[in-house]
Design a protein around this ligand. Sequence first.
Ligand SMILES: Nc1nc2c(c(=O)[nH]1)N[C@H]1C(S)=C(S)[C@@H](COP(=O)(O)OP(=O)(O)OC[C@H]3O[C@@H](n4cnc5c(N)ncnc54)[C@H](O)[C@@H]3O)O[C@H]1N2
Ligand code: MOO
Ligand SMILES: [Mg+2]
Length: 401
Amino acid sequence: MSLLPVEDALARILQAVEPLGVEEVPLSHAAGRILAEPLIAGRDQPPADTSAMDGYAVRGADVATAPATLRLIGTAPAGHGFDGAVGPGEAVRIFTGAPLPDGADTIVIQEDTRAEGDTVTVQEPASAGRYVRRAGLDFRTGDTLLEAGMTLNARRIGLAAAMNRAVLPVRRRPRVAIMPTGDELVVPGETPRADQIVSSNNYALAAFVERFGAEALDLGIVRDDLDALRAAIARARGCDILVTLGGASVGDHDLVQQALAEEGLDLSFWRIAMRPGKPLMYGRLGNLRVLGLPGNPVSSLVCGRIFLKPLMDALLGRSAEHDRPLRARLGRDLGENDRRQDYLRATLKPGDDGYPVATPYDRQDSSMLGMLASADCLVVRTPFASPARAGDLVDIVPLDF
Ligand SMILES: Nc1nc2c(c(=O)[nH]1)N[C@H]1C(S)=C(S)[C@@H](COP(=O)(O)OP(=O)(O)OC[C@H]3O[C@@H](n4cnc5c(N)ncnc54)[C@H](O)[C@@H]3O)O[C@H]1N2
Ligand code: MOO
Ligand SMILES: [Mg+2]
């Protein structure tokens, strides 16, 4: 039986994916969303020359030498600019954030002065232009400050607010229906019989989907029964992606693909050269993209990371700004690999030459969620890789979810 290589599977999934539509969100709901258009400054920041300190606005020529006694002609707190102009021998009391009065070009900090009645004596010489923030220091009208495809985070939301943008254009979040399947499954909190399993995959995948900026719709446990599966598939219509969990292999009770076929699935591929994740399936039901993940909990999540995340990213128009390839040094020897690309659960420790050290666990069974939860990364082993030695450089995928 031939198995599709991982890269080919990913290419087929990502073929002709266009970003979803644009919607507007207020700043308070923008965290984690993907910017749909570049944000261009429509103003200068700061809008005028402003004082960076509490002190006195003066003419630089008057304070080149000290002491210098100047006449106080007014006050400029932040938000209240001084209307007049500072002439030779004059000073305005000023506070951090206030606009620089006309005529003044320098701020003397108050620690370097002594005020007496309507005069102030500058006790230390100051260089012209000191402690003045020039208009446009931060950004200027017409500057492109944020690019389409960027993920909005605290820093970027702050910048957008400073640009005077109350609402931001973002991509609609993909709606991802999650369909756990299996006669053996019970929801967490029940008392399972000895032949039952607590369903974990749907909760893991829902958290995963939300973590990467999409919206999860858990369809609830579906029995290994064609009618039940078809009814659940029908409930996913209107979503962007349907992720089925389990029932993907060749067993008599693995009926997911048959149910999808009866609903009209246009199958793209089934079975890939990957471990974990061999029985992965992908196809389309009209506009609904259907990703069939294997039921083993580690397989579901690892395949989610390798295939579902890039698909969600493409629908979100997310730029690859943080997706640089990561490498580490192997913490132990590995034998040669077979025809499946392997994703080994591994711990990461700091190394002594700039690369971290990734040490794969001895056991790699795709049912072992405990190990996945404590791992830091996946070590990628290409098909038919020759034996590797401790210290060799390997590609890793961070487990940041
Ligand atoms: N004869 C063959 N058997 C199997 C093959 C094969 O090539 N030939 N492939 C194996 C591989 S690899 C995988 S992976 C699994 C995939 O199985 P399915 O996708 O059909 O998944 P199930 O049979 O439904 O379940 C597998 C396993 O996972 C547990 N499971 C399922 N759903 C959940 C859930 N929501 N939460 C927690 N655990 C879940 C289930 O109880 C099973 O233990 O097939 C191999 N077999
Ligand atoms: O590919 Mo399965 O995912 O080995 O366990
Ligand atoms: Mg099965």
